[in-house]
Design a protein around this ligand. Structure first.
Ligand SMILES: [Zn+2]
Length: 307
C-alpha cells in the first residue's frame, strides 16, 4: 500500500462518514414503499367487502323484481275473480269465487309485506355499497398521492446516494478493494462505526480487553488490524491512563492467552510432537506472538455478521 498508515486511517474515517450517510439513506429508500402498506391492505379489504355487498345488491334487486311480479299476478287473479262475481247464480259458485278472492287478497297482503321487507334490505345494501365505494376511492386517492410522494422522494434520495458513491470512489481510490468491501460490511452491521481507537488495551468499539501482543500490533501501525471480537478496524490512540493500565493488564492477559493457546493445542495434539519444547518456546515468545494469535477469524466474523 503506497499510503502511509495514518493517511489510510484518516481516509477510512472520512469514508466511514460517507458510508454511514449512504447506509442511512439506503435504509430510508428501502422503508419508503412500506409507508403505504397499511393503506394498501385496507384497500384490498374494502374491495373485498365491496364485491360481497355488490353480490347482495344484485340478489336483493332480483328478489324485489320477482316479488313485484308475483304481486301483479295476484292482483290480476283477484280482479278477475271479482269480475266473475257479477255472473254468479248459485251459492256454490259464489262460495268458490269468494274463496278465490279471499286467497288472492291474502297472497297480495303477504307479498306487499315481503316487498316492504326486501325494499328495506335493498336500501340498506345500497347505502352500504355507496359508503364502501366512497371509502375505496378515498383510499385510492390517498395511495396515489403517497405513491407520487414516494417516487419523488426516492428520486432525491437515489441521487444523493449516487453522489455519495462517486465521492466515496474518489476518496478511496488508493484503498484495497477487499478492505473497502469489509469496511462497508462492518459499517452496515455496527451502526456506523467501523474504525475505532484502542484505549489502553481496550477496544472502544466493543469494550473487550485485547491481548497485549495484539495491542502492540495495532500500535506498530504497519497494517490494517481488525478487532477479533467486533471486527472493527483498530488504531492506537494515546490516553493519559494508558501506561499504568497497560502495565496492570499485560501480565494477566499473557497468562490468559497462554491458557487458551494450550486448550487449542490439546485438541489437535496429534502433530504436536514438540509438546514439551513448545512449552518452553511459548515462554520465551511472550512478547512476540504471531498475528493470528487471537483465535477468532476476522473473515469469518465479517462474513457472518449480517445474520
Ligand atoms: Zn472490538
Amino acid at each position: 500500500m503506497s499510503m502511509r498508515m495514518d493517511e489510510v486511517f484518516e481516509t477510512l474515517r472520512q469514508y466511514q462518514e460517507m458510508l454511514s450517510k449512504r447506509v442511512e439513506l439506503e435504509k430510508q429508500l428501502e422503508a419508503m414503499p412500506k409507508t403505504i402498506e397499511i393503506q394498501n391492505q385496507m384497500l384490498s379489504r374494502e374491495k373485498k367487502s365491496l364485491a360481497e355487498v355488490k353480490e347482495q345488491y344484485i340478489f336483493s334487486e332480483a328478489s324485489l323484481k320477482d316479488l313485484r311480479q308475483q304481486l301483479e299476478e295476484a292482483e290480476i287473479k283477484r280482479e278477475n275473480a271479482e269480475k266473475q262475481m257479477d255472473g254468479i247464480t248459485t251459492q256454490r259458485e259464489y262460495d268458490a269465487v269468494n274463496k278465490e278472492i279471499r286467497e288472492a287478497s291474502e297472497k297480495e297482503q303477504d307479498l306487499r309485506r315481503r316487498i316492504q321487507e326486501e325494499e328495506r334490505r335493498f336500501a340498506d345494501v345500497d347505502d352500504r355499497m355507496h359508503r364502501i365505494e366512497i371509502s375505496v376511492s378515498a383510499l385510492e386517492a390517498e395511495i396515489n398521492q403517497k405513491r407520487n410522494e414516494i417516487e419523488s422522494n426516492s428520486k432525491t434520495i437515489s441521487d444523493e446516494i449516487e453522489n455519495l458513491h462517486s465521492e466515496e470512489n474518489s476518496l478511496t481510490k488508493e484503498l484495497d478493494d477487499d478492505l473497502k468491501f469489509k469496511f462497508e460490511r462492518i459499517i452496515r452491521s455496527k451502526s456506523g462505526m467501523g474504525i475505532v481507537p484502542i484505549h489502553g488495551v481496550v477496544c472502544t468499539g466493543c469494550h473487550m480487553i485485547l491481548p497485549a501482543s495484539f495491542v502492540n500490533e495495532v500500535r506498530q501501525a504497519d497494517k490494517i488490524v481488525f478487532c477479533p471480537y467486533c471486527s472493527r478496524i483498530l488504531f492506537y490512540e494515546e490516553t493519559e491512563a494508558d501506561e499504568s493500565m497497560e502495565e496492570i493488564l499485560t501480565g494477566s492477559l499473557v497468562d490468559l492467552t497462554e491458557e487458551e493457546a494450550e486448550d487449542t493445542e490439546d485438541s489437535e495434539n496429534g502433530e504436536e510432537s514438540e509438546e514439551t519444547s513448545g512449552r518452553s518456546k511459548r515462554g520465551s515468545s511472550r512478547k512476540k506472538k504471531t498475528p493470528s494469535e487471537p483465535v477468532i477469524d476476522n473473515d469469518f466474523l465479517v462474513d457472518s455478521m449480517d445474520e
